[in-house]
Structure formats: C-alpha cells, structure tokens
Design a protein around this ligand. Structure first.
Ligand code: PEP
Length: 239
C-alpha cells in the first residue's frame, strides 16, 4: 500500500528510462490495483511485465471489493502475487484459500508469484521445514507439471520482510534447496530444476549480489527497495 498515482508513474518512468538491457531476464512490477492500468500504459512495449499483489478466490459476481484474476488479465496483467505473508497474517488467508487463488490465477492465464515463508517463532522452534512443506503441498499438491510453467515460488522468511533483517545467503540457500527438493517430490526432477525460486526479505542494492549468487536462488521479490528506481535497477542487474 505504497505510492500515489503520481509517485507510481514517476517510479515506473524512471525504471523505463534506466533500463539498459543488462537486467535479469524477467522483470515484473506489481503496483496497487488502481494503478495497474496507468502503469501498464506507462510501461508501453518495454520488456517489463505488470502484476497485481493479490486476487480473489472467485472469478466474478457479487463479491464487493474483490478483484478477480480474470479482471487482472483484462487490465493487462501477466502475473499476480498470491499468499504474501501480510495476506496470511493480516487478512486471515490460510493455505486452502491460497491454493484456491493459485488455481484461479493459473486457470485465468496469469503467472503466479506464490509466496511462502516461516515466522521467527516457527524457525526458532524447529518447525521451519514442516511449515514450508505444508505451504507447498497444500497449494501445489494438485498442480500438474504443466501448471509449473505458470508458477514462480517466492521464499520470504516473515521475520525478514520490511525489517532490515535479511536471511544470510547460506540460510536462504538451505531453504531454497529444501523447496526445490520438495517440488521434485510432488512433481518431477525436470519441473523442480526449471521452477524459479525467488528470495524476498530486506533484499537491497547492497546485499543482492551475495544472495543471488547462491545456486538455488533464481531471483528476488523486492519490497521496500523497489520504491527507488535506481536501487531496483541495481538489484535487477545483480545476477
Ligand atoms: C515484501 O514486502 O514482500 C518484501 C520482501 O519487502 P522488503 O523487501 O521490504 O523486505
């Protein structure tokens, strides 16, 4: 819930202007709902894609205040974030709700940036792997191998989001490896090798290179640092 319309357009304008072709293969910006159409227009035919930060469980109808995956497609989105920890903790979205959103988004033709991650209490009490496995299995357990072409997984330790605390590259790598192995066990080795697993949580222009140098970290989900075009571009060039 950041930016006014003018700030969003200024930010995306600076991004477009700053692109020099050395950025990571796929760049997606996910502004708030009301800025999707104007930001999409500002992106024009650049390579930057546009996504939303959430979508509804339902497809259409009398669900006041909700925005469906189909509506996002019609607004020009190619992607949507599903299961962000703030949706889970502040808005009561459980694994079942998130699984329904993921299915709805894939069936609507969107790429899903599917977020998972443990709280500090869960990590410290030794439940990290159980939590991550539950989050993965409940959402991806019924996905076909084809579905994975529309799935990007984002590992975001809740204790690292917006806190300035970053997982060390080694801590992140350990969980990313666990995620890849778990995906292999519920799909196939080919799917697990091909799926992108992003790291998110206080990733910034200074720590991005060391985080992205890990073998199972394929990219980043960037919050606070994406609000400064120069920092976001530096991160996008840190591979
Ligand atoms: C986020 O909001 O998902 C996030 C990763 O934020 P930050 O980069 O600010 O920690």
């Amino acid at each position: 819930m950041n930016t006014t319309i003018n700030e969003a357009l200024e930010l995306v304008g600076a991004l477009v202007e700053g692109l020099d072709g050395s950025e990571v293969a796929q760049l997606i910006v996910c502004p708030p709902f009301p800025w999707l159409t104007p930001v999409s227009a500002a992106l024009g035919n650049t390579s930057i894609e546009i996504g939303a930060q959430n979508c509804a469980v339902e497809n259409k109808g009398a669900f006041t205040g909700e925005v469906s995956a189909q509506m996002l497609v019609s607004a020009g989105c190619t992607a949507v974030i599903v299961g962000h920890s703030e949706r889970r903790s502040l808005y009561g979205e459980d694994n079942q709700t998130i699984a329904k959103k993921l299915r709805m988004a894939i069936d609507s033709g969107l790429t899903v940036i599917f977020c998972i991650g443990e709280t500090l209490e869960e990590r410290q009490s030794g439940r990290l792997e159980t939590i991550i496995a539950d989050q993965l299995i409940s959402a991806l357990g019924n996905c076909s191998n084809d579905d994975y072409q529309s799935i990007i997984i984002a590992y975001e330790p809740v204790w690292a989001i917006g806190t300035g605390l970053t997982a060390t590259p080694e801590q992140a790598q350990e969980v990313h490896k666990f995620i890849r192995n778990k995906v292999e066990s519920i799909s196939s080795a080919d799917v697990a090798n091909a799926v992108s697993i992003l790291y998110g949580g206080s990733c910034n222009a200074t720590n991005a290179t060391s985080i992205f140098s890990q073998p199972d970290i394929d990219g980043g989900l960037i919050g606070g640092a994406s609000l400064k075009a120069a920092d976001f571009l530096t991160i996008a060039r840190s591979f």
